[in-house]
Design a protein around this ligand. Structure first.
Ligand code: 3PG
Ligand code: MG
Length: 389
């Protein structure tokens, strides 16, 4: 798919409205990871270097526009951006009415989801936003799968629209891994949310040499192979798909041979290693076992390209983190082109200090999965349509 890119535009003297994904994790008003803010600073600096003025738009969380809470405000993010750039940041709560023309620094607008027209992709709201800028730069890869006013609707109504450098590099990196991978291509898919990954696994089954499964996905595959999974998290809707993938022989999906189980999931529960043949009805699978980790590591060692989304077990609790840690270290040591995406997976590589060994860390979660699944993103479609019209 071709789409207009920021690097091809002249932004001198232009009011550039920049849609970013600054939806950062927060706890008690504190930002717990500023990775998404750091990822877009080069975009801001590139616009300023060209003589453009930067007006930032983003969402944060999923507020109710009828009763937005102070805790959903983007203000702490604006403050963090000021700190990280050393620039003056003007925070604008009433941006939809007008945006101040400041000489230096950055304007950050309040959470776009404080307006009902955002998630409903209202035409009036989109037109109003379009009237506030000269150029619209879409650089919110993490939200590029959403059909919202600031990620989709507005693109129809602006004079000039383009993809920013982060969005462009995300698409290039993912396309490289998916379309012309050096083989073997190995996908590691874990995590607790299975249904959102169903289509992703089906697509990956068609292009990968191996798929390593963990978390609830592995449980679902075990169950589809008629193995007792006890009280473990599984997605019954997906059992048939898992069975089909296993039977088709189009891709190697090695099943765990041993797992770490407990009777309940808690910080205190004791982790017991069991062969999968010995899982009891009241057991919960909470990690892969060491023998499985060893077999998985063997596959990772041979890989030339790795795409990873989702932890292999409950890595937040020490006694269930062994499998995820072992694979993280194997991925870090491998000589392959490695690509990691999704909030939990980024937390894993931060926890084990292997970020520098990963070739590409995506800033997206849902968008990362959507692009793997379909090769499409709604924002990109809107951008390429705009370029043609
Ligand atoms: C994300 O965190 O995945 C993106 O910012 C999108 O957020 P959303 O799922 O609330 O649309
Ligand atoms: Mg999300």
């Amino acid at each position: 798919m071709t789409f207009p890119q920021m690097k091809d535009l002249d932004l001198q003297g232009q009011k550039a409205m920049l849609r970013l994904d600054l939806n950062v994790p927060m706890e008690n008003g504190q930002i717990t990871s500023d990775a998404r803010i750091k990822a877009v600073i080069p975009t801001i600096l590139a616009i300023q270097k060209q003589g453009g003025k930067v007006i930032v738009l983003s969402h944060l969380g999923r507020p109710n526009p009828e009763a937005p809470k102070a805790s959903d405000s983007l203000q702490p993010v604006a403050e963090k951006l000021a700190q990280l750039t050393g620039q003056q940041v003007h925070f604008e709560p009433n941006w939809i009415e007008s945006i101040p023309d400041i000489e230096n620094g950055i304007v950050v607008c309040e959470n776009v989801r404080f307006h009902e027209g955002e998630t409903s992709n209202s035409e009036a709201f989109s037109k109003q936003i379009a009237s506030l800028c000269d150029v619209y730069v879409m650089d919110a890869f993490g939200a590029a799968h959403r059909k919202h006013a600031t990620t989709y609707g507005v693109i129809t109504f602006v004079q000039i629209a383009c993809a920013g450098p982060l969005l462009t590099s995300e698409i290039e990196s993912l396309s490289k891994a998916m379309q012309e991978p050096e083989r073997p291509l190995v996908a590691i898919i874990g995590g607790a949310k299975v249904s959102s990954k169903l289509g992703v696994i089906e697509t990956l089954a068609g292009i990968c040499d191996h798929i390593i499964v963990g978390g609830a996905i592995a449980n679902t595959f075990l169950s589809s192979a008629q193995i007792e999974t006890g009280n473990s998290l599984i997605e019954s809707d997906m059992v048939a798909v898992a069975k089909r993938i296993l039977k088709s022989n189009q891709v190697n999906v090695p099943l765990p041979s041993d797992v770490m189980v407990a009777k309940e999931l808690s910080q205190e529960s004791e982790a017991v290693r069991k062969s999968v043949a010995d899982i009891e009805r009241d057991d919960q699978i909470l990690d892969i076992g060491p023998e499985t980790a060893k077999a998985y590591k063997h596959i990772i060692n041979s890989a030339k390209t790795i795409i990873w989304n989702g932890p292999l077990g409950v890595f937040e609790i020490d006694q269930f983190s062994g499998g995820t840690q072992a694979l993280a270290l194997a991925v870090a040591e491998s000589n392959s082109y490695t690509l990691v995406g999704g909030g939990d997976t980024v937390a894993v590589i931060e926890k084990y200090g292997i970020k520098d060994s990963i070739d590409y860390v995506s800033s997206g979660g849902g968008a990362f999965l959507e692009f793997i699944k379909s090769g499409k993103l709604l924002s990109l479609e809107a951008l390429s349509r705009h370029a043609k019209s």
